[in-house]
Design a protein around this ligand. Sequence first.
Ligand code: SF4
Length: 369
Amino acid sequence: MSAVLEAVRPIEDYLVMPDAEIAERIEEARKELGEKVIILGHHYQREDVIAHADLTGDSYQLSVMASQTDADYIVFCGVHFMAESADILGKPHQRVILPDLGAGCSMADMATIEQVEDAWEQLREIGVLEQKVAPITYMNSSAAIKAFCGRHEGVVCTSSNAVPLFDIYLKNFDKMFFFPDQHLGRNTGAKFGIPLEKMVLWNPHEELGGNSEEDLREAKLILWRGHCSVHGRFKPWHVEQIRKQIPGVQVLVHPECMREVVDLADFDGSTSFIIKTVENAPSGSKWAIGTEVNLVNRLAKKFPDKEIHLLAPDLCMCATMYRIAPQNLAWSMENIIAGNVVNEIKVDDETKKWALVALERMISMTEKK
Ligand code: SF4
């Protein structure tokens, strides 16, 4: 029987199929769908999924690349906010599929639109919005928060372009409210010499985020209390320990790591920066990298002439992204063939419109730089 006729089987049936059969089914489905489908694999995705990806990259890069194709179906092997971004940036006919709806992002989930709107209202009530305040959100946030930033003269940023965007907003606004990653916000603020006391933390579970009115008025940067559960696991003692264990090692970390870790590292930058730095490093150089384990392992495999270690000795993977197994991928692909689009991610038109405003602002501001 062809895969097509079997495609309406429930996901549970796929979960018990042997890995080799699943890999074959994915490739057969891919052949059958041809250019109608594009499979995206985020850099942090597991190896057995990356093996089937047409394109690999970071979340924004993948959404842009997919929108430049004519594929009808974008199967995003990443997490929920990434699939939303692909739908926002995609062509009207393109349908985006997240092979497991449980693949969320713990950081993005730490800021809901209701909490953000409530925080903004509280700032209005105490008169802080009489100053020029810009909301800025990291790409790793819901479409609703991106739209909120679009409506209020704000912008979306990535870990690659946070610095040029902060530069523009610091020159043109009195303060910024940054969602949802406190570490990227603080690390970027520190690059502009903003003292720690001018970077206050907003705890969404406390009145005024746990701050005094005066602190909020004086602040240059209000940081939402969110963090990445993967990058948050790297601690300063990991840096100290690896330097003792491996003389000459260079420490390279993602800016989602806490300030104290970034301070001790030799270099910090986005996923693309990390990849380029390792690519361009001389043979024999030694690296301890503070980012997701799948990416670090892939770099170690790709560059055997360099000594590459994960900064923390214990495993540090993105558990939610890991939920997308080849089984989920096979299930979603075969359902497409059967004319049954499962796990479609669709952003409503109004949210899409304003989220696009924030994203297009990001593009035009960074192009000018
Ligand atoms: S690595 Fe962190 S920020 Fe990235 S998707 Fe996973 S939980 Fe979210």
